[in-house]
Ligand binder design. Sequence first.
Ligand SMILES: [Zn+2]
Length: 376
Amino acid sequence: MKISSSFDSGSIEVVSIEDPQNIRLRLRADNAADFRQWFHFRLHDAGGKPVRMVFENAADAAYPEGWPDYRCVAYYDRKNWFRVSGTCYENGELVVEHTPERDIIYYAYFEPYSHERHLELISWAEMSPYATVQNLGTSVEGRDLDVVVVGRPVAGRKPVWIIARQHPGESMAEWFIEGLLKRLLDSAEPVARKIREHAVLYIVPNMNPDGAVRGNLRTNAAGRNLNREWRTPDPLMSPEVHLVRQAMEETGCELFLDIHGDESLPYVFLATADEVPGFTTEMAAQQARFIEGLLAVSPDFQTEHGYVNGRFGEEMLTLASKWVAHRFGCVSLTLEMPFKDNANMPDGQTGWNGARSRRLGGAMLNPILSHVAAEG
Ligand SMILES: [Zn+2]
């Protein structure tokens, strides 16, 4: 048997593989920071043989509370991911027991979104008559940082910014963007057409391409957590935030969405801007209307479970959506999707996955339309 991970978003450390019933693995840290949780690797030559894989340092993961009720994802064909029911967290170790049906199988923390697919998404969007692609610059390691611009920046149209994957291991965020863009650039879709009449959308499908390719959980190639860089982004260490923030200053912003995944909570929820200094009653009313609009179109979304205000303390204005709410005084939200499943609508076969993230991305157009079509 052999385990390998030298590919796009691959990540694992192999301690020993001699005994298929006791394969010892370790979660690898981000390349320049001490965060670990993402894994993605190939197991070869195990077809028909029961294997037991032990992730020895699961308790040292960034979010150990992400392991209870978690199930590992796997695929044979690099398309159809399924959950491995024999996953459990015991004595600080994550244990995956499985009998692969084929000789080659891939295991991952969540359904990956490859860099190749990212590049295809950008080119597909550029082919649309409704979109252009602007290059804002490059990441730490020289990868393109692109923004898809939908609609023409004509006076009176509201600038909307949507960014995803500041945390590269949260691949559901880019699946969400794919679903949003597919509906937004569909010429037969009336909601998209109305949005394009009222707004210009600036969409960054992947804020952290280096981290994504490297298989990092949380940081860019320089070890920076991009969602703690918004107050004072460093042009060298966090150019990804520096460049997007600079572009936002030029366009202005009247609605901001930052798309994420949450390791622990098995729900889809929004983190709001209520606690941001300067948050007005008008912002509160607009925010409430946006949330009602999403509730009306997506049964996957809920407002009962989420973060408690005060969670970020002093760091608050270093976070993208809080900084934007403060700087531009607009509705500014962080969307969180589960790594596990939506406990209100569980799916035993897939858990939360790319397809469900895509549907949610499409549904998001309805509250966006209500927001940009409103007076003022
Ligand atoms: Zn995140």
